[in-house]
Design a binder for this molecule. Structure first.
Ligand SMILES: Cc1cc2nc3c(=O)[nH]c(=O)nc-3n(C[C@H](O)[C@H](O)[C@H](O)COP(=O)(O)O)c2cc1C
Length: 214
């Protein structure tokens, strides 16, 4: 049993959400994360979902009705309205590790990522509510969140009060039942070249240390 556990390959679900492909810091750092992870854990599998290239539609009234109707009572219309959510949740529940690459847009998450979130946060699927308490049902053991900020000061500086990105994702992932959540912040992506290079080197070192400890 122990041997089986040791040799069990993990599945990583990587979600990219920058609208940029060329020059995206969050995507580039997620590449660094992925390469470093695979070097340390050869044989692990990475599944990538790009919520910009394959956008999730905003949830419709039918989808919401489907979320709150037991699955065995779904008619074809409700089954269709919740089909994407079913698929995205199955993909999430099959993962051991979740990696999100996230640019800060207007102090929070990009709408493309929020649309994915709205599809996967679902009662009796990814969280439970017994009338008194909530419980997370997501089986992912650990999440790593790579955030790119155009300016500086969001982590422990003067703009910390405007950081609705990290606290939101920390709260959400914890709510869903993921016990360990680690953030990597690349601040000041729009600063001069030397600052960007320095911050990039720092975040790469943080990633290497986190993966070495994983
Ligand atoms: C629509 C939009 C909104 C943005 N809003 C903010 C913001 O509120 N605060 C900030 O520091 N940077 C903001 N930025 C800058 C991005 O966070 C920064 O360019 C980051 O590097 C984007 O991630 P990427 O490099 O992966 O594309 C914004 C950029 C865009 C395109």
């Amino acid at each position: 049993m122990l041997l089986l556990e040791i040799f069990k390959m993990a599945r990583i679900l990587r979600i990219d959400s920058s609208s940029r492909f060329e020059g995206s810091h969050s995507r580039a750092i997620a590449d660094v994360f992925q390469n470093t992870w695979l070097a340390a854990h050869p044989g692990d599998e990475v599944v990538t979902r790009d919520v910009v290239q394959s956008p999730c539609p905003p949830i419709s009234a039918q989808t919401i009705t489907g979320f709150y109707t037991p699955k065995d009572q779904h008619d074809p219309a409700l089954a269709k309205a919740t089909e994407l959510s079913d698929r995205l949740i199955a993909e999430l529940q099959a993962a051991d590790v979740l990696v999100l690459s996230v640019p800060m847009y207007n102090f929070s998450v990009p709408s493309a990522l929020k649309a994915w979130i709205d599809q996967i946060v679902r009662v009796n699927e990814t969280f439970a509510y017994d009338g008194q308490q909530f419980a997370g049902l997501v089986k992912v053991k650990r999440a790593y969140v790579i955030c790119a900020y155009g300016a500086a000061g969001y982590i422990d500086g003067p703009f910390a009060g405007f950081n609705f990105l990290q606290p939101y994702l920390q709260g959400l992932l914890t709510f869903l039942g993921i016990p360990e959540v680690q953030f990597f912040a690349m601040e000041a992506t729009t600063a001069d070249e030397a600052t960007v290079a320095r911050n990039l080197a720092q975040v790469k070192a943080e990633i290497q240390a986190a993966i070495a400890a994983s």
